[in-house]
Design a binder for this molecule. Structure first.
Ligand code: GLN
Length: 551
């Protein structure tokens, strides 16, 4: 039997519903259950692919090429289960499906309405493809009380009746603010938030209460009385220093026990959480530190680089060091004379994915600085494209080298990708087409050159990595660039799309057209990040030795 756990949020946004859901999934997994995770997002975009990173944070890409909410990244990192397109539904996707069906005539004769047509489509999105799982955790985006989430809550109310209360439960995440003048944690916002849920016919069975201190017994009892839950099911979600401490912290508060108890499943024995303890220890007790400068455009909202920051953290755990991330706004590097000062102190430089001309000169300057000074460099997607342009300009004498992403150019080192193979299918794009969902998206195979550094790092010559790009390195320039010592060490299997470039005569310089950060997990850190952090460590040692000698 598949059991559904619906996770809603109340009081304020940003309480960490995604992490809470992922941590619960990890706990159920640790007890031997098979878990799948889903997210319902109430906004009208069909997917977050067209949203600015400032609006939405990172867009997470699945193997099957869906552009999804960044919480799906947390789900994958906590559970190791790869998400699919069907694991993220938005109001926009639900409506566009229903309207497409209406146009086809599927509802002929009926007035198409929110109830039942939209709610039926939501229910289908929740339940489809979940056979064989013990638990499906479904997170509902937004905050209870928002107009947008009403159809989702109504669909859940119906689903609880359709499937039965013994197969479904609701977990509500709230906030208990501490008011210093009263010296108390306040329960009223939680009470109101639960009332909102009750108004739409949903009674939560568990309240997960974010709080900066333990909940006193009398407050717990008060919440239980007013909100109609067992006092043991009022769980404190205390602040923790790392998200990876959440599974352990929630377990200590009885979260998994309460879920299993509700469903009548065995819950007495404690799960083995030693792998989580190892990860948390690795984060809390590093043996050293490296500083990595990340040169990007969206540095004011670090959620834009969520998976990247996690992948670097995983690399640091594997290398037993704390990775200090220095976020550098690429526009500040537009002036070459600022580069030295802003990147000083960096043991390694990383240029991540990005879009558009703004800040691109700064990124190219950062690449040059890393290449000329033997500083370990990792370029991801846009970062790889900028590395190629830098090589063309500085080493191949093509001073006008650019990308057509920035406008017409006489030296299109990076050009619009017009067609590529996906399995046996040829996908085509044209200039001026739709922007939504039309990039080269999802997992594609890359062949790595025998003996290249990248093949050495992976320990194999064929990899499958996730992509999200519309432009590609122009193969016409391959010879010129290779003469300038930039080796094309990874290609698509048909040899048409450059996937990896590297300099053999540099301590560590790799550009990848794909996004390795999306596959990194705390328990399975991505080899490129493990190796990159190691290179940063070595560079730091070298710099410290040089400093020691000169002083
Ligand atoms: N803007 C570039 C492209 O579309 C890079 C995209 C990215 O970094 N994800 O090809």
């Amino acid at each position: 039997m598949t059991r559904f756990v619906f996770v809603t949020g109340g009081v304020v946004s940003s309480l960490g519903k995604g992490i809470a859901s992922a941590a619960l999934a990890a706990l159920l997994q640790a007890r031997g259950h098979k878990v799948r995770m889903r997210k319902l997002d109430p906004y009208l975009n069909v997917d977050p692919g067209t949203m600015s990173p400032y609006q939405h944070g990172e867009v997470f890409i699945t193997d099957d090429g869906a552009e999804t909410d960044l919480d799906l990244g947390h789900y994958e990192r906590f559970t190791g289960v790869h998400a699919r397109r069907s694991d993220n539904a938005t109001t926009g996707r639900i409506y566009s499906d229903v309207i497409a069906r209406e146009r086809r005539g599927d509802y002929l004769g009926a007035t198409v309405q929110v109830i039942p047509h939209i709610t039926d489509a939501i229910k289908e999105a929740v339940v489809s493809g979940t056979d064989g799982y013990d638990f499906v955790i479904v997170e509902i985006g937004g905050t209870v009380g928002d107009i947008e989430s009403l159809p989702f809550l109504e669909a859940i109310r119906q689903l609880r009746n359709d499937l039965g209360y013994d197969q479904t439960m609701c977990v509500h995440l709230t906030l208990l603010p501490y008011i210093p003048s009263a010296g108390e944690l306040k329960t009223k916002p939680t009470q109101h938030s639960v009332k909102e849920l009750q108004n739409v016919g949903l009674q939560p069975q568990i309240l997960l209460c974010r709080s900066d201190r333990p909940i006193p017994q009398n407050e717990r009892q008060k919440i239980a009385n007013f909100c109609n839950v067992r006092p043991e099911s009022v769980i404190a979600a205390l602040d923790v220093d790392t998200i990876y401490a959440c599974p352990i912290a929630y377990h200590q508060q009885g979260m998994d026990r309460e879920v299993l108890r509700y469903f009548g499943l065995p819950h007495e024995e404690s799960p083995d959480l030693s792998r989580w303890e190892r990860i948390v220890r690795g984060i809390r007790e590093p043996k050293g530190e490296v500083r990595i400068a990340i040169v990007g455009k969206y540095t004011a909202l670090l959620d834009s680089y969520k998976s990247l920051a996690e992948a670097l953290l995983h690399g640091g755990i594997a290398q037993n060091v704390r990775v200090r991330m220095d976020w550098v706004d690429s526009e500040e590097l537009d002036k070459p004379e600022h580069v030295e000062a802003l990147l000083q102190g960096a043991d390694a430089v990383l240029v991540p994915g990005g879009f558009g001309a703004r800040g691109s000169e700064g990124k190219i300057n950062a690449v040059r600085h890393a290449r000329e000074n033997g500083i370990p460099f990792l370029g991801i997607c846009f970062g790889m494209q900028m590395a190629v342009i830098e090589c063309a300009r500085s080493l191949a004498g093509l001073s006008k080298a650019s990308s057509t992403e920035f406008g017409p150019t006489s030296e299109p080192l990076v050009g619009l990708m017009t067609e590529w193979a996906q399995g046996t299918e040829l996908l085509r794009r044209r200039e001026g087409g739709d922007l939504g969902g039309t990039m080269r998206l999802g997992a594609y195979t890359a062949k790595l050159a025998e003996g290249s550094r990248v093949a050495q790092i992976y320990g194999r010559t064929e990899v499958r990595e996730r992509h999200r790009h519309r432009w590609e390195v122009n193969l016409h320039y391959r010879d010129v660039l290779e003469k300038a010592s930039l080796h094309f060490s990874g290609m698509s299997p048909d040899g048409v799309l450059p996937e990896v470039v590297e300099y053999a005569d540099h301590p560590w310089f790799i550009g990848v057209q794909y996004h390795p950060e999306l596959l990194s997990k705390p328990f399975d850190p991505h080899p490129l990040f493990v190796s990159f952090v190691e290179a940063a460590k070595q560079n730091r040692l070298k710099r410290q030795t040089a400093q020691g000698q000169s002083s």
